[in-house]
Write a protein that binds this ligand. Structure first.
Ligand code: ZN
Length: 224
């Protein structure tokens, strides 16, 4: 889809959201995009993890209200939620960059996902967060849906999946941004591609992080 058409579609979806009744994305309370209680659950509390030497900061844990809001944005096209999720991404970027000025480089959205949704979730959230967005990376080839893959599968799936589109003459300091980090494979690949092109990548930032597998096992164990 041409970029202009996608912009029009996003604008239309935003306009429709104002006209049609919606329920809270977090708890289904009627007639609100997000109720006050659920908005409270989106207040960022940045946490970091390190994957292959790359530090990834996330504003929220991917469960409960944050997970529901991100799914509603991506799968139901509720683009108005990008503004609500923006503070979590902004807080993660500030943590990753230690407050220094940086550009936010979104992980590329696959062409299939972009056709389906009509927008790129990481780019939209970054823009609504007031970050300086530089779309330096584009898909280099088709990839499978990461969700069905294990850690090694994910890494192989994204190897060589991105290329650098354009670089300004100015040296850039960048933070790679995405909506959710699971294994970190896509973020690590994006960082490596940018670094090979000479971009100074200081780290990664996401709106939310899935719970680490280790801690999940502990929770499961205490329930048995
Ligand atoms: Zn709610």
């Amino acid at each position: 889809m041409p970029a202009l058409l996608a912009d029009v579609r996003t604008a239309l979806a935003d306009a429709l959201a104002l006209l049609l009744p919606v329920d809270c994305a977090g708890c289904d309370e009627p007639d609100t995009v997000l109720c006050e209680l659920c908005r409270d659950r989106l207040r960022p509390s940045p946490q970091s993890r390190v994957v292959d030497g790359v530090t990834i900061w996330s504003g929220l844990a991917f469960d409960g209200v944050p997970a529901r809001a991100i799914r509603a944005l991506k799968e139901e096209g509720r683009t108005g939620l990008a503004r609500e999720l923006g503070p979590a991404l902004a807080a993660a970027v500030r943590a990753a960059s230690a407050g220094a000025p940086v550009v936010a480089v979104p992980v590329p959205t696959s062409r299939a996902a972009f056709r389906r949704r009509g927008f790129r979730a990481p780019d939209l959230i970054a823009a609504r967060a007031g970050l300086r967005v530089a779309r330096l990376l584009v898909p280099a080839r088709r990839t499978a849906d990461q969700r069905g893959l294990d850690r090694d599968g994910r890494r192989r799936n994204v190897e060589g999946a991105y290329r650098v589109r354009s670089l300004s003459a100015q040296p850039l300091r960048a933070v790679v941004v995405d909506d959710v980090v699971t294994t970190g494979a896509t973020l690590v690949e994006a960082v490596q591609v940018l670094r090979r092109a000479g971009v100074d990548v200081v780290g990664c930032a996401t709106v939310a992080a899935t719970p680490k597998r280790g801690s999940h096992r502990i929770i499961m164990a205490t329930h048995t």
